[in-house]
Design a protein around this ligand. Structure first.
Ligand SMILES: [Zn+2]
Length: 404
């Protein structure tokens, strides 16, 4: 049941039911392509004529094309509907404090080239210049990419919901930086900027094929320098009123625990971030800011040592796993997700920590099923942040219409 908001309602007009059915048809084409008009009519439970009206509208928008790209039978080439991914592309940009990555994708989020990267400039103006140069290089080298429909960029930090301004990025040390307008002006493209973990969860729930989650809340937990959580419900991001919902990384596991980067004590992040794991392994105080100093080892190295049988590494990772599970149990209690995606270096050692994660989840479960939460690891090599950036550009065209 959804309440009708009497300040922002949208009235149903003559074309409203057609608009809804057109978006259903568009999403069926996206999910089932190549698909014939007859199959589309069958799936929608509509007459062929009614579906043809919808399809003709979709063909006019250019989002869909009809062709004999599918399997052909002898004597007659069947015409199938496809999402138009030819000669148009999106630019996915992942900006972190150290590096900026760029990847052109098609409108379904599939990569079209190798990832390009450069060291992130330390000032916003430098970064905009670097991006414009890099985009220019890509377009000159690959004119066959065609028309660029937009630039989606993910950042670690808090993004203003209205303006798209980067309100605060602790790792970059930037506050109230507007990248949207300078990038729009310099590239002449539509630009969307989003928090990286929010974009990551969006990419997972809007993914095509394979094993995509059903309706309900879904979370993406990224364990890296910090711990970020993105939540989507039925494909829509959960933002809260101030766009800061889902900050589980800063929910304390222990109010007397180690100092956290946010100024609090004992946050989940202070127990499971890369620096917390490394500090525990080295026998150092995991408190901020001491733990942020460069250390002589990395999480992948600790994982390698655990695989080689080093007891200290095995214990350290199991402890991280247990703390990870404690925090996941908080997420279960707060939003009861259908599935949690887990990203970050720690995923490389998932087989070493999974039982400890499960132990913590079961210890904290209010009902038995809560301990059996579905967890999917997303390897770094899948570039979840770039996929998220691509989703910012490619998914809005497929959204359900808002009515009432
Ligand atoms: Zn914190």
């Amino acid at each position: 049941m959804r309440r009708i908001n009497l300040d922002t309602f949208r009235i149903a007009r003559r074309g409203t039911s057609r608009e809804i059915n057109r978006q259903i048809a568009l999403n069926l084409v996206r999910a089932k392509q190549p698909i014939s008009r007859a199959d589309l009519a069958r799936l929608m439970g509509l007459r062929r004529g009614a579906v043809s009206l919808l399809v003709n509208e979709l063909l006019r928008t250019g989002l869909v094309f009809e062709g004999a790209k599918g399997e052909s039978k002898r004597g007659r080439k069947p015409m199938h509907l496809h999402i138009e991914t030819r000669r148009r592309f999106a630019l996915a940009v992942d900006m972190s404090a150290s590096r900026t990555l760029i990847l052109p994708t098609d409108l379904l989020g599939h990569p079209l080239l190798e990832v390009a990267e450069f060291p992130t400039g330390q000032h916003p103006e430098t970064l905009v210049k670097q991006l414009v140069l890099a985009i220019g290089r890509i377009r000159r080298a690959h004119p066959d990419l065609g028309e660029c429909v937009g630039l989606g960029m993910v950042v670690s930090g808090i993004v203003d919901l209205e303006s798209g301004c980067l309100k605060y990025s602790p790792t970059l040390g930037w506050r109230d930086v507007d990248l949207v307008e300078p990038l729009k002006a310099a590239t002449k493209l539509p630009v969307v900027i989003e928090n990286s973990v929010k974009a990551c969860v969006l990419a997972q729930v809007w993914a095509l094929g394979g094993d995509i989650p059903g309706d309900g809340p879904v979370a993406f937990v990224n364990v890296s320098d910090g711990v970020g959580v993105g939540i989507a419900v039925d494909g829509k991001l959960l933002r809260g009123v101030r766009n800061i919902a889902g900050e589980f990384g800063h929910v304390p596991l222990n109010m007397y625990g180690p100092r956290c980067s946010c100024g609090g004590n004992g946050c989940w992040e202070a127990y499971v971030s890369k620096r917390a794991t490394i500090a525990r392994y080295l026998g150092l105080d995991p408190s901020w800011p001491g733990s942020a100093a460069p250390q002589p080892t990395t999480v992948p190295e600790i994982i390698a040592r655990a695989r080689a049988g080093e007891g200290r590494a095995v214990d350290t990772l199991r402890e991280t796993g247990y703390y990870l599970g404690r925090g996941l149990a908080t997420i279960v209690k707060a939003i009861d997700p259908r599935r949690v995606y887990l990203g970050g270096e720690i995923t490389e050692g998932w087989d070493l920590i999974e039982s400890a994660v499960r132990d913590a989840l079961r210890d904290q479960a209010l009902i038995g099923e809560a301990g059996e939460l579905e967890i999917r690891t997303v390897p770094l090599g899948e570039h979840p942040r770039l996929r998220g950036a691509a989703a910012l550009v490619s998914t809005p065209a497929f959204a359900a219409p808002i009515v009432a």
